[in-house]
Design a protein around this ligand. Structure first.
Ligand SMILES: Cc1cc2nc3c(=O)[nH]c(=O)nc-3n(C[C@H](O)[C@H](O)[C@H](O)COP(=O)(O)O)c2cc1C
Length: 361
């Protein structure tokens, strides 16, 4: 593949070859029940699909897809500015790569190694002026911290999300993240039901507000709680001192039959009124238009998961750069067509009122 002329279509065509038997790389990665990746309940491994029936994964896409945008075109011309400040770091857009780990889910070392995958995501994001978030799974330890290795090597920042392990283990990862130049750290509290962690002798737990507070106080970095799907958890995280939350059902991979994240986002942003906490969201975001919808529903920024996997597998860091650039361009187009020169101008008014539950934050 010639990097000079590489397109997103080329990247996806390559990913389709490499992910044979795992992901068909449909044009819409929508978690539809009939999709090849779905159907864990018939005895298949999770792969890139959703847990159980796959309803939670599909609901993420449905929740976004039903929302329509309100075009508004008469007025002064402008060049949309999607730049975003993330805990003191200037980014070109409010879009970052979600923490995804475990290349065994998508073909293993034959397709891409864990270290290569992490480097591709972090470097590809940094090349577009944004950040790669990196996760945690049973193959990760302080001696094999693939995500943190990539962040340290890239020297341009990134976010480390740790599974809800024992407190002392999380704190050890946080301290390593500080040394590696991470921009923020966090815990995916929705990882507490992980069979994978438990069956590999890496126990994970529900976290109490006091434990979250302890984690906030244990690090000099902003601490983010990922996996919030209800107002009660959002308030508990904010009151424990979290700097940010991610409204997320983990891409529909942790509990069957949850709503889509875009469906719960308005209630959560309304409940957080008055709290100083950054709200991020992920789940089913595939285009810059989806990004605009999440921002209009009250998110400050978003994360993208599966499309980044396909991009990294297809063409490494260059694939991730191309995917991210495509999201940025479409977001700017969506801002232009809805009359929003800056992110601060985006609000519920860009959504067609009959198609969306309008947030009251
Ligand atoms: C294969 C795979 C592995 C994942 N690993 C992690 C992880 O280690 N930590 C984490 O917080 N989230 C993990 N996630 C969830 C993502 O961070 C994100 O919430 C989700 O993928 C967003 O939905 P999307 O894929 O539809 O964009 C993983 C998702 C996938 C598909």
């Amino acid at each position: 593949m010639d990097p000079e002329t590489l397109t997103l279509e080329d990247v996806r065509a390559e990913a389709k070859k490499k992910l044979k038997g795992i992901c068909v790389v449909y044009k819409d990665c929508d978690g539809s029940p009939s999709n090849f990746c779905q159907g864990q309940h018939y005895g298949r491994a999770l792969g890139l699909g959703g847990i159980g029936s796959g309803a939670s994964f599909h609901n993420n896409w449905l929740a976004l897809n039903k929302i329509e945008l309100r075009m508004r075109l008469i007025g002064d011309s402008f060049e949309p500015d999607a730049s975003f400040t993330f805990f003191g770091r200037q980014l070109t857009m409010p879009v970052m790569a979600a923490p995804v780990t475990g290349v065994n889910s998508f073909g293993g070392e034959n397709v891409i190694s864990e270290a290569e995958f992490n480097r591709a995501v972090v470097d590809g994001c940094n090349a577009t002026g944004t950040l790669g978030w990196r996760g945690d799974t049973y193959t990760y330890s302080l001696d094999t911290p693939y995500g943190l290795g990539a962040i340290a090597a890239g020297r341009a920042g990134g976010v480390k999300i740790v599974k809800p392990r024992a407190q002392k283990d999380i704190i050890a990862f946080f301290h390593k993240a500080e040394q590696c130049g991470a921009t923020a750290v966090g815990v995916d509290v929705d990882g507490c039901g992980s069979y994978m962690m438990n069956s590999h002798n890496q126990p994970v737990f529900r976290k109490t507000p006091a434990e979250l507070r302890e984690l906030v106080e244990a690090t000099s970095l902003p601490m983010i709680v990922k996996g919030v799907m209800c107002a009660e958890d959002a308030i508990a995280a904010a009151e424990a001192g979290a700097a940010g939350i991610v409204v997320s059902n983990h891409g529909g991979r942790v509990l069957d039959h949850t709503p889509g994240s875009a469906d719960v986002l308005p209630d959560i942003t309304a409940a957080l009124n008055g709290h100083d906490v950054m709200v991020l969201a992920d789940g089913g975001i595939r285009t810059g238009y989806d990004v605009l919808k999440m921002l209009a529903l009250g998110a400050d920024a978003v994360l993208v998961g599966r499309d980044i996997v396909r991009a990294a597998v297809g063409a490494g860091s260059e694939g991730v750069r191309i995917q991210m650039e495509c999201l940025r361009k479409d977001l700017c187009k969506a801002m232009l067509m809805t009359g929003c020169p800056t992110l601060g101008d985006i609000g519920p008014h860009v959504l067609a009122p009959d198609s969306a539950r309008i947030p009251s934050r």
